[in-house]
Write a protein that binds this ligand. Structure first.
Ligand SMILES: Cc1cc2nc3c(=O)[nH]c(=O)nc-3n(C[C@H](O)[C@H](O)[C@H](O)COP(=O)(O)OP(=O)(O)OC[C@H]3O[C@@H](n4cnc5c(N)ncnc54)[C@H](O)[C@@H]3O)c2cc1C
Length: 474
C-alpha cells in the first residue's frame, strides 16, 4: 500500500497488485464499463496540456452523481488509494498527473444545470458543466457567466484552479464567481459550503478554501455560481503600440484611472504574427491591445474615447473599432486561439506555457524585463496577457527532448516566477500550481506554506486527494 500519509517524496510507488487492484476490482463490479483501465484513456486522464511527463492514473471512473463520487472516495480512503478529480483536462501545470497512481474521477458526465434563479442572478450547476454550456443554457434569461479561460473548461475544474481569463478585470475570477459548493471530503462525507446569500459572516470561508485547492482537499460536485446581466451595449476594438512598454503603460494608466474596461488584452508582435497565420487576420505585427467595453450606449462610447486619449499619450493608436458583432467575435476567437496559434510559429516544437501576475504598477517592468530575457535567450516565445489584472503568459516553443534546451527553458520560467514574486506578485495568476510551480511556493509564501501543509493534513490526513500537487516536498 502506498504510504501517502508521509510527505509526497517519502510515499512509495503505487501498489497496483494490492490496495489499488482491490479498489479497481470493486469499482468494476459497481460501475461496469464506467470504470475504465485502457492505457489510452488512462494516459488521456493523466495528460494535460502540459510540458510535464505523463503519469497516468490506474483507472478512470465516470461518475454521474454526488453520491457516486462519495462512494468512490470512501472506498479509496479505506484503502488509502489516491483520488484525482478530472474536469475537462485543460489545466497546464501537470495538475492531473498521478505520480502515485490511483483513481481518476471524471466529472464530465455530471453536466446538468440544476437551477437558474434569474431574480437573484445565480445558478446551481453540477461540476462537469462547461462555461460555454452554461452560457448557452442561460442566454435567453439576459444573464451570463463571465469567467472565460480560453479552453471550454468545466466549472468544477475552473473553481479548483481558481481560473479567470479575459473578463476578470471587470467581473473577477472564480473566487468571486462561486457562492457555494457541494464537496465530497477526503473521507467521503458530502458537505455544503457557502450558500446563495451575497455575503455571510458565518464562520470560516470553506468555499474560498476549496476554490483553488486543485482537487487536493476534496471533490467539488456542485457549485452555486454568481451570474451577471448581459450589458446593454458592448463595444471594442484594437489599438497598436510602437513597443511593448508603451502598451503596458497605457494599460497601467487605464486601470489607475478606474476606467471600467471589460477586457484589455496584450498580444506582442510575435503573437500577432501567429494569430494572423492561424486565424487568417491581417493585423500589423506590433504590440497590440484588444479591448472591450460594457455598459450603456453612452457609457461605452465615453470609455472608448477616454481610452483613445490614454493610448495617444503613449504613442499608440489609432483605436480601431470593431463595431459589427461578427468582427468582435472574430477578434476574440483569435485571442482565445492564441495558444494554438503559437504553434504555427514552429509546428515541430513542444509548447511550455507559463503565467505570472504582478501589481499593475509593475506590469511594464515585468513584461519588458521578460521580453529582454526572451531576446537574450533567443527563444521563440510570444507574450500574451490579461494585462488589466497585471497577468501575462509566455508560451515558449521548445524541443523538450533536447536536455539543454529544456534546462534553459526551465531556468527562464524560474527567473520569470521569481521576478514576479519579487515585484510583489505571484508565480501564477490563474493557471495554478499543479506540479510545475511547486518549486516557487516557498519563495512566495514563506511560513504560510507550513499553514497550508497543516490544513492539508487536517482535511486529508492520508494524503489521498490528488497527492503530489501544490505543496512541494518538505
Ligand atoms: C488553450 C488554453 C487556454 C487557457 N487559458 C486560460 C485562461 O485564460 N485562464 C485560466 O484561468 N486558465 C486558462 N487555461 C487553463 C485551464 O483552462 C484552466 O486551468 C481550467 O480552469 C481547468 O479546468 P478543467 O475543467 O479543464 O480542469 P482539469 O484540467 O480537468 O483539472 C484541473 C485541476 O482541478 C482539479 N479538478 C477538476 N475538477 C474538479 C472538481 N470537480 N473538484 C475538485 N477538483 C477538480 C483537478 O484534479 C486538477 O487538479 C487555458 C488552457 C488552455 C489549454
Amino acid at each position: 500500500m502506498p504510504d501517502l500519509a508521509k510527505a509526497p517524496d517519502e510515499a512509495l510507488a503505487v501498489d497496483t497488485h494490492g490496495a489499488t487492484a482491490a479498489v479497481i476490482s470493486k469499482l468494476k463490479d459497481r460501475f461496469q464499463d464506467r470504470c475504465a483501465t485502457s492505457p489510452a484513456l488512462r494516459q488521456q486522464h493523466g495528460h494535460t496540456t502540459t510540458w510535464l511527463e505523463n503519469q497516468p492514473p490506474d483507472a478512470v471512473v465516470f461518475a454521474e452523481s454526488t453520491q457516486e463520487v462519495a462512494d468512490v472516495v470512501r472506498l479509496c480512503a479505506e484503502h488509502k488509494v489516491p483520488v484525482i478529480p478530472f474536469g475537462a483536462g485543460s489545466s497546464l501545470e501537470g495538475h492531473l498527473n498521478a505520480p502515485f497512481g490511483g483513481i481518476s474521477i471524471d466529472l464530465s458526465r455530471m453536466n446538468a444545470v440544476l437551477e437558474v434563479n434569474d431574480q437573484d442572478l445565480d445558478s446551481r450547476v453540477q461540476a462537469g458543466v462547461t462555461r460555454k454550456q452554461l452560457n448557452s443554457y442561460i442566454r435567453d434569461t439576459g444573464l451570463f457567466f463571465p469567467i472565460d479561460p480560453g479552453a471550454d473548461a468545466t466549472v468544477g475544474g475552473m473553481a479548483a484552479t481558481r481560473a479567470s481569463g479575459t473578463n476578470a478585470v471587470r467581473y473577477g475570477t472564480m473566487k468571486d464567481a462561486v457562492l457555494g459548493l457541494t464537496v465530497v471530503t477526503a473521507d467521503g462525507r458530502i458537505i455544503k459550503t457557502g450558500g446563495r446569500a451575497r455575503k455571510s459572516s458565518a464562520g470560516y470561508d470553506l468555499t474560498r478554501l476549496y476554490v483553488g485547492s486543485e482537487g487536493t482537499l476534496g471533490v467539488i460536485t456542485e457549485l452555486t455560481l454568481r451570474l451577471h446581466g448581459q450589458p446593454e451595449a458592448i463595444s471594442g476594438g484594437i489599438c497598436t503600440f510602437p513597443d511593448i512598454a508603451a502598451a503596458c503603460n497605457a494599460v497601467i494608466t487605464t486601470i489607475q484611472m478606474g476606467l471600467p474596461v471589460a477586457r484589455i488584452e496584450l498580444l506582442d508582435a510575435m503573437q500577432i504574427r501567429a494569430c494572423n497565420t492561424y486565424s487568417k487576420l491581417d493585423l500589423a505585427e506590433t504590440p497590440t491591445l484588444f479591448l472591450e467595453f460594457h455598459g450603456s450606449e453612452a457609457g461605452v462610447r465615453e470609455q472608448s474615447e477616454t481610452f483613445s486619449e490614454i493610448a495617444g499619450e503613449f504613442g499608440g493608436g489609432p483605436f480601431k473599432w470593431a463595431t459589427a458583432a461578427e468582427d468582435r467575435t472574430r477578434l476574440w476567437a483569435a485571442r482565445h486561439d492564441a495558444y494554438w496559434a503559437g504553434k504555427t510559429l514552429n509546428p515541430e516544437a513542444d509548447i511550455m506555457v507559463t503565467d505570472v501576475c504582478v501589481p499593475i504598477s509593475r506590469l511594464a517592468d515585468c513584461v519588458a524585463e521578460t521580453a529582454e530575457d526572451i531576446r537574450t535567450e533567443g527563444f521563440l516565445a510570444p507574450i500574451v496577457g490579461h494585462v488589466g489584472d497585471g497577468n501575462f503568459h509566455v508560451q515558449i516553443l521548445v524541443n523538450l527532448d533536447d536536455a539543454e534546451e529544456r534546462r534553459r527553458t526551465e531556468a527562464f520560467v524560474g527567473r520569470l516566477a521569481l521576478r514576479a514574486i519579487d515585484m510583489g506578485g505571484t508565480c501564477t495568476g490563474e493557471h495554478g500550481v499543479g506540479q510545475g510551480k511547486q518549486k516557487y511556493m516557498a519563495h512566495e509564501h514563506g511560513e504560510a506554506l507550513d499553514v497550508m501543509r497543516s490544513l492539508k493534513r487536517a482535511l486529508d490526513p492520508d494524503n489521498i486527494m490528488n497527492p503530489g500537487k501544490i505543496l512541494p516536498q518538505s
